[in-house]
Design a protein around this ligand. Structure first.
Ligand code: NDP
Ligand code: 8X3
Length: 259
């Protein structure tokens, strides 16, 4: 059994990782996010399908280092050895030009996507020291490879994740910790609802006329990455819907259907 620690497990890609890895029946799951009631429901759902799954859920705001430090230092004794960290918690807020951007939006993105990833990694890496399967997966994005109009600060945070992934791979090499970046294009989750602050129509419009990726598509790819033999690491994996060529060029003709 490998113990996997997933941030942002209350929704979207993080929730799908919990579901897909539970199905494999070879992982114990540590799930955290701010919405504890969601995590409890996800735990209940998983246990209905896979009653033998060991799951530990707790509330965590990755932006708050004091909380990260306190909570992770106080994990129950049998949850203090971690094999895999999926740094998934993240968000976009707004889609505005630099000159019109909102400072609060910028702070939330930088604090969550960059500082939150660093805070959690800082605390979890020492918990991986006895693992033979140590692996960190960072959720990057096409936005960490390209920049698109009005994506400025979100793209900057995902470029930072890209740089941190490369840096972690170097710094953690001698400890035998694999580091992978999984970089999706458009995935239909709560991401656009959060970006557009609850504007459901605007969020839905992002995926109009095309078949986006699902959280499960990404989770299955992460499960594949984790299943490679010990001597193999996938450094960086860019995955797009078939209808998306770049961050901005998409085919909205409804010709590509999911098999
Ligand atoms: P969702 O909005 O569905 O999920 C985001 C998750 O992050 C939620 O579980 C949320 O939980 C958690 N989260 C947000 N802020 C915090 C915080 N301060 N502390 C702890 N948890 C937090 O979006 P996705 O599943 O799509 O996003 C997951 C990751 O994938 C993000 O890093 C995103 O940037 C990345 N990504 C998404 C793409 C997409 O098109 N959807 C494409 C490329 C990358 P809660 O609110 O309960 O705290
Ligand atoms: C999320 C995908 O294209 O909105 O990272 O940047 S995109």
């Amino acid at each position: 059994m490998r113990t996997v620690f997933i941030t942002g497990a209350s929704s979207g890609i993080g929730e799908a990782c919990a579901q897909v890895l539970a199905k494999e029946q070879s992982y114990r799951l540590v799930l955290c996010a701010r919405r504890l009631s969601r995590l409890e429901q996800i735990k209940k759902d998983i246990l209905e399908s896979y009653p033998n799954t060991e799951i530990y859920c707790f509330e965590l705001d990755v932006r708050d280092f004091a909380q990260v430090e306190r909570t992770l230092s106080n994990l129950p004794a049998d949850w203090r050895a971690i094999d895999i960290l999926i740094n998934n918690a993240g968000l976009s807020q707004g889609l505005d030009s630099i000159q019109n951007g909102d400072i609060g939006d910028w702070d939330r993105m930088i604090d969550t996507n960059v500082k939150g990833l660093l805070y959690v990694s800082k605390k979890v890496i020492p918990m991986m020291k006895n693992s033979n399967h140590a692996h960190i997966i960072n959720l990057g994005s096409i936005a960490g490879k390209e920049v698109y109009p009005n994506g400025n600060v979100y793209c900057a945070t995902k470029h930072a994740v890209d740089a941190l992934t490369k840096a972690m791979r170097i710094d953690l090499l001698q400890q035998g910790i694999k580091v992978t970046s999984v970089d999706p294009g458009m995935v239909e989750t709560e991401f656009s609802q959060v970006r557009f602050k609850g504007d459901q129509e605007r969020a839905k419009d992002v995926y109009h006329g095309l078949t986006p990726l699902s959280g499960t598509d990404i989770a299955e790819i992460i499960a594949f990455v984790l299943a490679r033999p010990a001597h193999v690491n996938i450094n960086d994996l860019l995955v797009m819907p078939s209808a998306q060529a770049t961050g901005t060029i998409v085919n909205r003709a409804p010709t590509i259907q999911k098999k």
